[in-house]
Design a protein around this ligand. Structure first.
Ligand code: ATP
Length: 325
């Protein structure tokens, strides 16, 4: 598929359990060859969203396409284009690792001569090559997790959906999983990874999608290395944290900053401030020009790179502030 069209498109998706609106008019597009960290507090709707994208739950309203396939209209075809690891997965205990991977590959359309090579490749990727003849019942929790991830990627899907993929893995296995996700992304796969372990997501994610109470509260690229075409597909306008330092104290700094269009003050004292500037480099240039023209003694003006944890806390706190108003 073309890299210009989104790998995953979710439009106006609402999902209701009896008495609970788990997803509320959620819309976003995810660019190809990216890793999106799906984050949010317990009960935010992350699992429900992944299940809807995977075609396992049918939303009340909305449209979902994966790799150009309408998931609600053609779920079987969509399944061949995606891999999904649920938060609570099961394996067939009596099958060996090889049989488990073969079963997953065949169920997703891999057949004939390709089958054996596909299984070997997945086993190597998950460092399971020496376990292929072992029965799943005899595997440790972490190894079972690796087999389940192997089953999700064995058919080389365009899109991979992972719900808490690192739970139960030892630190070394977590590290190799992070490296695997980066490699899959570099090879062109598009991943959504739901997890509460933000430091790990930070290692490989290119985008952050925050859900809270079933609503999308933020969706943006995390790194400046994201291309302009990718950034353009993101639903919300990115706000970039910018640190402003002054050569000497300027008593009216807060008021001066508060009056800037397209910028919000996060922290401020008389010689140092953290702003959120909405937009790209030209918006930052406009803010800097306004400050200089007003006579503010700016000595440094630079983007501040937040980690995922800081970005997440900021968006959740902002959403909590908005809903409390
Ligand atoms: P967590 O981080 O705790 O795994 P989550 O973000 O994955 O949470 P979901 O599991 O999608 O959240 O749940 C979203 C909302 O839907 C919650 O309020 C939850 O209680 C509710 N919910 C989930 N599954 C069901 C169900 N089978 N029946 C009724 N309500 C449900």
């Amino acid at each position: 598929m073309s890299t210009a069209s989104p790998a995953i498109s979710v439009a106006g998706v609402t999902y209701i359990y009896p008495g609970t609106r788990a997803l509320d008019a959620v819309s976003f597009d995810i660019p190809c060859a990216s890793v999106t960290a799906l984050v949010g507090p317990n009960g935010a709707g992350k699992t429900t969203l992944l299940r809807c994208i995977a075609g396992l739950d049918r939303p009340l309203t909305g449209e979902i396409t994966v790799a150009g396939v309408d998931v609600l209209e053609e779920p079987r075809l969509a399944h061949e284009r995606m891999g999904y690891l649920s938060d609570f997965f099961g394996l067939y205990d009596e099958l060996t690792v090889r049989q488990s991977l073969m079963h997953a590959a065949s169920a997703n359309g891999v057949a004939g001569e390709k089958l054996a090579a596909t299984v070997t490749q997945a086993a190597e990727r998950l460092e399971l090559a020496d376990r292929l003849e072992q029965r799943c019942a005899a595997l440790s929790r972490g190894l079972r997790q690796r087999v389940a991830i192997g089953q999700a990627i064995v058919h080389a899907p365009d899109v991979l959906l992972l719900d808490e993929p690192a739970s139960g893995l030892d630190p070394e296995a977590r590290h190799s999983l992070a490296a695997l996700f980066t490699r899959l992304k570099d090879e062109g796969m598009t991943l959504i990874v739901s997890s509460h372990i933000l430091a790990e997501l930070d290692e490989y994610s290119t985008h952050m999608l925050v859900l809270r109470g079933g609503k999308l509260i933020e969706h943006r690229p995390l790194s400046q290395t994201v291309s302009r075409s990718q950034a353009d597909t993101v639903a919300t306008v990115a706000e970039q944290p910018v640190r402003v330092r002054l050569a000497w104290a300027y008593p009216g700094l807060r008021e001066q900053l508060a009056a800037l269009p397209g910028a919000r003050v996060i922290e401020c004292n008389s010689a140092d401030a953290l702003l959120l500037v909405q937009g790209a480099a030209d918006a930052q240039a406009a803010v800097l020009r306004t400050l200089i023209e007003a006579g503010v003694p700016v000595s440094s003006f630079s983007e501040e790179h937040e980690n995922l944890h800081q970005s997440y806390l900021r968006s959740v706190q902002r959403a909590a502030g908005v809903s409390a108003q």
